[in-house]
Design a protein around this ligand. Structure first.
Ligand SMILES: Cc1cn([C@H]2C[C@H](O)[C@@H](COP(=O)(O)OP(=O)(O)O[C@H]3O[C@@H](C)C(=O)[C@@H](O)[C@H]3O)O2)c(=O)[nH]c1=O
Length: 191
């Protein structure tokens, strides 16, 4: 597995080894030992996963930026099994050197990348193709009460979403009403 560091040290991009032959291809999409080794090599704590999520999004659907508050914070190991998405993680750990900074990565059924996002980050993505299927592991269970959404278009975050005037954007009402980073700080709903 190839490990790619990002500008935020806790966020890693993982590229599993793909074995292609005349039948098609094979890969270990998740291997606990390899994953642990990759994190340990970067002095990062190893999580335990308890839930797998699978979603389908039409082109232009933007989900996020989501997180769950402590003690139900979730780390997420995300990938796209069909289609293509632009995936974003935002550091919302107050006191972090990279607080408010984000990393974006393209995930697709072609590049087969996984993106490791630990607890303390808000997460979101936009589907760049129809029938984009996201499959991801989480380190805690879903908790509606703990769930929060940060505004994807917050100018302070200045996330460079790959959208233009032709993009038919679909954002759920709960994400349209999300708090800006400043509002979330004021209401103490961060980490
Ligand atoms: C996330 C989640 C949702 N649900 C239910 C609640 C709701 O009725 C329905 C759809 O939920 P949502 O609208 O929250 O789905 P969605 O907007 O896809 O939420 C997800 O977005 C991405 C960006 C993340 O990072 C995830 O952690 C998660 O927050 O599914 C669960 O039962 N379990 C879960 O773990």
């Amino acid at each position: 597995m190839n490990v790619i560091e990002t500008k935020i040290k806790d966020l890693l991009i993982l590229e599993p080894r793909v074995f292609s032959d005349e039948r098609g291809w094979f890969m270990e999409s998740f291997n606990q030992r390899t994953f642990e080794q990759a994190l340990e090599a970067h002095q990062l704590a190893t999580p335990v996963f308890v839930q797998d999520n699978h979603s389908l999004s039409h082109k232009g659907v933007l989900r996020g930026l989501h997180y769950q508050l402590n003690p139900r914070a979730q780390g997420k190991l995300v990938r796209v099994v069909q289609g293509k998405a632009w995936d974003v993680a935002v550091d919302i750990r107050q006191g972090s050197k990279t607080f408010g900074q984000w990393v974006g990565v393209e995930l697709s059924d072609e590049n087969m990348r996984l993106f490791w996002i630990p607890a303390g980050f808000a997460h979101g993505f936009i589907a760049l193709e129809d029938n984009t299927q996201f499959l991801y592991k989480t380190t805690d269970y879903y908790s509606k009460e703990s769930e929060r959404s940060l505004l994807w278009s917050d100018p302070e975050l200045a996330i460079e979403w790959p959208i233009d005037s032709n993009t038919q954007l679909t954002v759920h009402a709960k994400d349209q009403e999300a708090l800006t980073l400043a509002q979330a700080m004021a209401t103490q709903s961060l980490f």
